[in-house]
Design a protein around this ligand. Structure first.
Ligand code: PEP
Ligand code: CO
Length: 447
């Protein structure tokens, strides 16, 4: 039993899904260098996210957490980031306008570079390679050399996260997210679609309401909440060396924070109770998510709550159910009931993506069906309605681009169209139209 936590105390426990760095001295030297870098986010930002999530835990707000499965070192233009933010802002507008519930916007962005894998190797015909573990570790290219973990990639991930954050801050605080600009967030390929036109109608109504307020004498230029938006970052706390190198003690409170991002989550493959990932997460004061898959037991879920949120602080712990559409209504109720019975403070959210992935028979590409994603979401909302608990948010893999990675949607992507624009380096993402469509459907489930 651990008595004193420190950013390295996880090292005494088994750590799953860690790369085998070929040169340990080089790895340690790189971590030492990163330890000297400035933090990427600030404690007060983390605290304000925690307060927002506390409201969601109490049923007064809704979390929209969304972005890439794996961010890429190649695809890092201002435009890509802007498109992703546009679609998340649009989804938030749809949800807020339709339900009247404040929406907390958290991106899987500015640090989502490390990936857990089901198998340590991948097969491509006769070729067997060590698995791709995200650009912070290795490259997805199909040769052995590219798959060797390279510590210098952690430095690159740090710098790329910093430049993404810089853009995010300027987009959200510099006028682009001003509510009077709701019209300008629609991308061309979305504008002509049914979802795009439905969004236009909402945008028009919002503009009319703003004009009305101005006509009543309210000086909108003085209302900061209309001009700026809070947009927080998150990623999976997978690569523990990197995370601990960016963990710092807040001199004011003496608490530890992982300053690589605002919020982190523990993945389904690394949530074991006696493991290093929970140990690390237990000692940092950021809001923490934990994925829970279809095999989660009551004992595990209660153990996770005890370990990650022993003081029952609202906004600290987000349990992210990712059960699969066919299992959610069977598995989730007893877990929610147990958590409620024990009086734990938990934000319940739904990841309808990761329990519903399969390989398309024609192309072999990993994909997900839009209607199955919706079906898991429906199950999640049904369970909470039945139990009188708050379905506090959704966790979605999406991109602002016009990709063909997930099947279906109002303007259907068909199985033989998957390879037309399949760009993900990991899991399949909803495109801009499918994301907006999903926001409308979620809004209907919420009201
Ligand atoms: C992910 O969120 O990309 C992921 C790998 O999820 P999970 O841990 O739920 O499988
Ligand atoms: Co994923």
């Amino acid at each position: 039993m651990q008595t004193t936590w420190n950013p390295m105390s996880w090292k005494e426990l088994p750590a799953m899904q860690q790369p085998e760095w070929p040169d340990n001295d080089e790895y340690e030297a790189t971590l030492k260098e990163i330890t000297g870098y400035p933090p990427l986010v600030f404690v007060n930002e983390i605290k304000s996210l925690q307060s927002a999530l506390a409201l969601a835990t109490q049923g007064k707000a809704f979390l929209l957490q969304a972005g890439d499965c794996a961010e890429s070192f190649y695809d890092h233009s201002a435009q890509t980031i802007q498109h992703k933010m546009k679609v998340i802002l649009q989804m938030a507008v749809v949800l807020t306008y339709s339900t009247g519930v404040p929406v907390i916007k958290v991106g899987r962005i500015a640090g989502q570079y490390a990936k857990p894998r089901s198998s340590p190797v991948e097969k491509y015909g006769d070729l067997e390679l060590p698995s791709f573990r995200g650009h912070i570790v290795n490259s997805e290219e199909l040769d052995l050399k590219s798959r060797i973990p390279d510590p210098s990639r952690m430095v690159k991930a740090y710098h790329q996260s910093a430049s993404s954050l810089n853009l995010i801050r300027s987009f959200t605080k510099g006028g682009f997210a001003d509510l009077s600009k709701v019209h300008t967030w629609t991308q061309e390929f979305v504008a002509s679609s049914a979802e795009g036109q439905r969004y236009e109608a909402v945008a028009f109504e919002i503009e009319r309401a703003l004009r009305f307020m101005a006509a009543c004498g309210i000086d909108l230029s003085k209302e900061q909440v209309l001009q700026q938006v809070n947009f927080w970052t998150s990623h999976e706390a997978l690569l523990l060396g990197y995370e601990s190198a960016l963990t710092r003690q807040d001199p004011a409170s003496g608490k530890w924070y992982d300053l690589s991002t605002h919020s982190l989550w523990i993945g389904e493959r690394t949530r074991n109770l006696g493991g290093a990932h929970l140990e690390f997460a237990a000692g940092i004061s950021n809001p923490i998510g934990c994925k829970i898959g279809p095999t989660t037991t009551i004992e595990q879920v209660l153990g996770t709550c005890e370990k990650l949120n022993p003081n029952r602080i609202p906004g600290r712990l987000n349990l992210i159910a990712r059960m699969g559409a066919d299992k959610i209504t069977d598995v989730l109720p007893s877990l929610v009931e147990a958590v409620k019975r024990e009086g734990h403070q938990v934000l319940w959210t739904s990841d309808p993506m990761h329990g519903n992935t399969f390989s398309s028979s024609g192309t072999g590409l990993k994909t997900r069906r839009f209607d199955v994603i919706l079906s898991e979401l429906k199950g999640f909302f049904e369970v909470h309605k039945e139990l009188g608990t708050w379905p506090g948010g959704v966790h979605i893999e999406l991109t602002g681009e016009n990709v063909t990675e997930c099947l279906g949607g109002a303007e259907e992507v068909l199985e033989d169209e998957l390879d037309m624009n399949y760009n993900t380096i990991c899991d399949p993402r909803l495109n801009g139209r499918q994301s907006l469509d999903l926001a409308y459907q979620v809004a209907e489930m919420l009201i």
